[in-house]
Design a protein around this ligand. Sequence first.
Ligand SMILES: Cc1cc2nc3c(=O)[nH]c(=O)nc-3n(C[C@H](O)[C@H](O)[C@H](O)COP(=O)(O)O)c2cc1C
Length: 413
Amino acid sequence: MTSKVLEVLPGLYWVGVMDYELKKYDVLYPAPYGSTYNSYLLKTQKGNVLFETVKQEFANECLDKIEQVIGKEDRIDYIIVDHSEPDHSGSLSPILKRYPNATVVASTAALNNLQFIGHIRDDIKTINTVKTKQLNLGDIHLKFIYQPFLHWPDTMITLIEEMNVLVTCDMFSTHFADERMFDDLIIDRKDQYLQISYDYFNSVFGPFKRFVLKGIQMLEHQPGFDLKNCKAICCSHGPILRGYIRERVDLWRQWAQPPSLKNKVVIAYGSVYGYTETMANTIASGIKSVGIEVSMHNIENTSSEEVLKDFDNCKGLLLGTPTIVGDALPSILTIACNLNPYLHCQRFIQCFGSHGWSGEGVGNLSARLRQLKAKQPVEPLSCRLQPGQEKLEECFEWGKKFGLAIKEEDEEN
Ligand SMILES: Cc1cc2nc3c(=O)[nH]c(=O)nc-3n(C[C@H](O)[C@H](O)[C@H](O)COP(=O)(O)O)c2cc1C
């Protein structure tokens, strides 16, 4: 189903598309309300400017809408690519084919990526916004504000100065398709919009919270721009913001606050004969001896999800596994695979376990844990079969050292 061109403000039009069929995004996350790929067309004294394109399969619909605004004869002079992810740049090639004289305006990193997305021709005119930070279009000036990691290294925000409008690409976006397209027109779906906005924030921007806070601060202190008088935030998915800009910015700021982590260690383990379990209990005693709280999970009676939920607001995690047929226990490996270097590199994470002969369990698990680049005040701890008195003393000291590292960091802060 095609949608209509919408006027955002005089001279600025939405020429994006609706994607009601989208069921999931980024492979993993449900998109229960579909999505939109927002592209905007700005008419100025010195030419027509297109902000973002749309997903490749919607190129013709976007081209039709562009023609509805500028007619068959007029041309696109500039295409601003605030972020080169294919859902925004996928139609760049067909649009450049139709408007071969358009200049592509993007950051160094985005221009670089565009060589590998749609493989645009080498002779296309470009402006690198890391060097050229402004564009004078007569009655309108564009200011390019490079904001890497919102949410790729290539991202920028464009300020349409005279209109007091921000084009933010994925920042302040969400996957939500509604033909009314403006935040103040969809208040009857407020709860759905809020819920999917939070999910989108978490999945896409969750790993980049400090960049979100930096980005918001930058917008609030941008010379010549007043967020209070901002007329619209033209994001790249879901409703355009115009009625509730302040509220949305405040929500994003609130969601982006760093988690407050407890001085607590979660220990999750599996154990066939109780050997890894004995290690776990002794390690826990060592941790508690320095005043750090511990919570224990035997994976036989709980799930990886519950362990991850418990660890969500804790500083430390220890994973225990025996070696079973040349590997670690899958459920314990699953916990490690659900951790992420961007999200968990500031935490304390290590592993331990018992084995019979070859001992790959702890080795394989620790290979994954090293990829997280988390803090590891102790080396992985292995034990051949049943831990004896000496090994138990080692477990106690190992736990104590792990707990002390958490305590010392807390005292330093
Ligand atoms: C089904 C099964 C397969 C095993 N495979 C291995 C193996 O490939 N390599 C190894 O070092 N030990 C292997 N073991 C031995 C255990 O790792 C060892 O008994 C360990 O001490 C068990 O610790 P737990 O009581 O904490 O489970 C295996 C044990 C079982 C029950």
